[in-house]
Design a protein around this ligand. Structure first.
Ligand SMILES: Nc1nc2c(ncn2[C@@H]2O[C@H](COP(=O)(O)OP(=O)(O)OP(=O)(O)O)[C@@H](O)[C@H]2O)c(=O)[nH]1
Ligand SMILES: [Mg+2]
Length: 454
């Protein structure tokens, strides 16, 4: 019987060791095809970079190899005895305004990676970026987190318990301020490069009484999947594949996707037919809530008619549609001045991002009593407001009560998170608005262990 799945996203500042740790863990658990690893190992050796044999399993494009840094998110699939994991590696320097929030929407849980190396940990925390990403994880609905303290083998650390404890103290405090209510966030001291404390306990850190990384991941499950609902699959990526035709990548948020069924897309008239589904690199007949999938639609719909942010659904059972306006309850986290009606920042929900106007301030909620004052003139940092929002471009969002993850929004302005919120109700367009010309995401042409491997 198939193991239940857990999708985890690795977050952390640039160069902290995310890709190395994930690739080595996946390798130790037999998640990579042996011939692919052999090929990357000899490539790393030929290029005089033998230490890169693991990381290049994930940083697989030439650009990534040359930069020594992740550019495109990639997936690593492996299993423990209890769960089947999809690890999502992210670029440490990606602006959140790029597709980072979309990628976070694929994850059930987050793994915050910090480097124990002297100076690297301090720089990551001081830049505020790590906090910003952790906050976005929380805003996108991620409730459970684990921390990997890597590079314990570094000469400035030499596997010292004191350094680990110091980092643990700082990071625990910081996660609480972000909003994570989880008690006992697990911390694992490790070396991604040497493989210590990944798939099994290392003898290098005998002072560590906890579990290795894989057992800690097991401890974050099982994930409560929503009961059977109509299909919702927000599109993360679209591309044209030589053999498979139009291919979409995304996560089934609700419902069931099956080979042979028809799917419609919010905001356009096109209906596609599911020709094949890949999950964790393997062909499957069906995918359910929580599964990250690569779906071939053959020639049933052209790739140029689809785009990231559209939501695939069943054309006859509660099809997903774009909305005109919606009411959201938003918590204003950080804004330099006052927010008034007419304010138009960027809004991110699932895999979509659009400009969105605060059309009308409907209420100001008292944090202590929960009482609402009607029609405030302005709202500011620290306030909870009820707002009627009007997206300026097509977007499909759902009420939070009905479709949880599709009803969470993150509001950003000038590269900063201004507010997070939940959708209370949405006002749908009367019918769909017909095919629209929109920019098409570029297909990845090199590397790409993740998006399509047939
Ligand atoms: N000593 C030591 N070095 C490590 C370890 N893990 C990674 N490194 C080194 O740290 C550098 C960055 O590692 P990556 O795994 O690419 O880091 P990343 O977090 O994926 O970086 P970005 O993709 O740029 O965000 C590389 O030079 C690695 O060889 C470790 O456990 N110990
Ligand atoms: Mg990386």
């Amino acid at each position: 019987m198939a193991l239940p799945g857990i999708n985890f996203v690795l977050i952390g500042s640039k160069g902290c060791g995310k890709s190395t740790a994930l690739a080595n863990l996946c390798q130790q658990l037999g998640g990579f095809p042996e011939e692919q690893h052999t090929e990357r190992r000899s490539l790393a050796k030929d290029m005089g970079r033998p230490a890169c044999e693991h990381v290049w399993m994930l940083d697989s494009s030439r650009d990534e190899r040359e930069r020594g840094s992740t550019v495109d998110p990639s997936f690593a699939h492996f299993s423990s005895s209890s769960f089947s994991f999809t690890g999502i590696d992210t670029p440490g320097d990606a602006g959140l305004s790029n597709n980072m929030l979309s990628v976070l929407s694929l994850a059930d849980v987050a793994v915050l990676v910090v480097s124990a190396a002297q100076g690297e940990f301090e720089a990551g925390v001081e830049s505020g970026r790590t906090r910003e990403i952790a906050l976005s994880c929380f805003a996108m609905g991620i409730q459970k987190v684990a921390v990997w303290v890597t590079k314990m083998d570094d000469l400035s650390v030499t596997n010292a318990m004191a350094r680990f404890e110091e980092i643990k103290k700082t990071v625990s405090g910081f996660l609480k301020t972000v909003g994570f209510k989880q008690t006992d966030v697990p911390f694992v001291p490790m070396s991604g490069i040497l493989g210590d404390n990944l798939a099994s306990k290392s003898s290098e850190m005998t002072w560590y009484g906890g579990k290795p990384a894989v057992d800690v991941l097991d401890g974050l499950g099982p994930i409560n999947r929503p009961a059977e609902k109509p299909l919702r699959l927000p599109v993360l990526k679209v591309f044209e594949h030589e053999d498979a035709g139009t291919v979409i990548v995304g996560r089934v948020e609700f419902g069931t996707l099956r080979v042979g069924i028809k799917v419609s897309f919010s905001g356009c008239f096109y209906v596609g037919e599911v020709r094949s589904i890949q999950k964790g690199g393997e062909a499957v007949q069906e995918a359910k809530s929580g599964d990250v999938v690569t779906v071939s639609l053959g020639s049933s719909v052209a790739a140029e008619n689809l785009r990231r942010g559209m939501v695939a659904s069943n054309p006859t059972s509660d099809p997903a549609a774009d909305i005109e306006t919606f009411t959201a309850k938003v918590s204003i986290l950080s804004h330099p001045g006052a927010i008034r009606a007419g304010y138009c920042p960027a809004l991110a929900a699932h895999t979509a991002q659009v400009p969105c106007e605060f059309e009308e301030l409907l209420g100001l909620v008292d944090r202590k009593t929960g009482k609402e004052t009607k029609n405030p003139e302005k709202v500011k940092t620290g306030d909870i407001a009820v707002v009627r929002m009007r997206p300026r471009s097509a977007i499909c969002i759902e009420a939070y009560k009905q479709y949880g993850s599709l009803g969470r929004v993150v509001i950003r302005d000038h590269g900063k998170t201004v507010a997070i919120g939940v959708v209370e109700d949405e006002n749908q367009e009367k019918g769909v608005s017909g095919p629209k010309k929109r920019p098409i995401p570029q297909a990845r042409t090199e590397g790409g262990n993740e998006y399509f491997s047939s």
